[in-house]
Design a protein around this ligand. Structure first.
Ligand SMILES: *[C@@H]1O[C@H](CO)[C@@H](O)[C@H](O)[C@H]1NC(C)=O
Ligand SMILES: *[C@@H]1O[C@H](CO)[C@@H](O)[C@H](O)[C@H]1NC(C)=O
Length: 325
């Protein structure tokens, strides 16, 4: 009898799990400078999965402040909560430090769906007059040092995490890469967003169990839920403590040429610029096409007239000839 009840219970649990399992991704957001009340856009706690709309609204709020000089959007395909809990903190020596230093810090273990990186990239470009840089491999060389002060969006798309024993090593490698990129930036004011563009299946866990085990069900609980984070405050007022790496250009002419070259390709590369002039360019093209069409139509009209005139002339000649006959 006891056995049977247990079986029924198991089957019930299984079917409930099957029905309510969610496809989720974890999200970490850290801003060096304070952007107050980010969390007001999302659920007060992480007990239930957040929806993408509310998380995107939170990110819009963060981006609208334009308080960072660099926005790193890091996609680690396959990343899940278990990769970024307290007992994996050794795999993230540098990122965990950046998180500790961040004035605004949000960790979401489960977001129901993936974030739209392209939208976020465009939103940053448009709002903060930023320029995009892409890193598509574990190679920080893809981020060239830069000298100007323009805001950057650095979109980092990493290879999917392996599911074998090398996973921890890969996490460490990615941690090091993020540090190398951040160290190249001329300004210490960065925003770091880490997530995955593929979801993993999350089975529901009783709420009481989540509440009593934050080290297992929160992202880096010791950092993100640190007692000092009970109230928000600016942790990086004295930014001069952070030694920025200034790359001194050797040749001012080099720099001029480089900037010139950059400006040349900007027009087609830079979405924002294109969006701004799209209408103008389209209007000009349409106008030119219109003039061209009008010209062609008038030429055709002339030819037609010419043919009609010719026919009429021939007709007259024939009629004349007939009369003569
Ligand atoms: C998403 O989450 C927010 C914040 O909790 C909530 O107000 C909103 O109704 C949710 N939207 C959907 C579509 O579930
Ligand atoms: C840390 O987590 C506990 C339990 O989830 C919560 O009660 C507490 O308010 C959190 N502390 C901070 C500083 O967020």
């Amino acid at each position: 009898m006891k056995m049977k009840i247990r079986q029924i219970f198991l089957v019930l649990t299984f079917s409930i799990t099957f029905v309510t399992a969610l496809q989720t991704v974890p999200v970490i957001v850290a801003s060096h400078k304070l952007v107050p009340e980010l969390k007001s856009e999302i659920n007060a706690d992480n007990i239930e999965a957040h929806n993408v709309t509310s998380v995107t609204n939170m990110l819009k709020k963060l981006i609208t402040a334009c308080s960072s000089d660099e926005y790193l959007l890091v996609n680690i395909p396959g990343l899940q909560l278990d990769d970024i809990t307290d007992n994996k903190v050794e795999q993230w020596p540098f990122v965990s430090n950046y998180l500790k230093m961040a004035s605004s810090l949000v960790g979401l273990p489960w977001v129901h769906g993936t974030l739209d990186f392209q939208f976020l990239e465009r939103y940053i470009i448009r709002n903060c007059q930023a320029e995009a840089v892409y890193v598509n491999s574990v190679n920080h060389e893809e981020v060239a040092p830069y000298y100007d002060v323009r805001t950057r969006v650095i979109v980092v798309n990493l290879p999917p995490l392996p599911i074998d024993g090398s996973r921890d090593g890969t996490l460490k490698e990615y941690d090091e890469l993020i540090r190398k990129i951040i160290r190249k930036l001329p300004s210490p004011h960065y925003t770091l967003l880490i997530t995955s563009d593929v979801t993993t299946t999350t089975h529901p866990v009783p709420h009481t169990f989540i509440r009593s085990n934050p080290d297992r069900f929160e992202i880096f609980n010791n950092i993100i839920n640190h007692s000092s984070r009970a109230t928000e405050y600016e942790r990086n007022d004295n930014v001069k403590n952070v030694d920025p790496i200034w790359h001194k250009p050797k040749h001012t002419n080099d720099r001029y040429l480089r900037n010139k070259k950059k400006d040349e390709i900007h027009f087609f590369r830079d979405n924002e610029l294109w969006m701004k002039y799209q209408q103008l360019v389209t209007t000009v093209i349409v106008m030119i096409l219109g003039l061209f069409m009008m010209k062609i139509i008038s030429i055709f009209g002339n030819i037609k007239q010419w043919i009609i005139d010719k026919k009429r002339k021939n007709q007259l000649i024939i009629e004349k000839n007939k009369k003569h006959d």
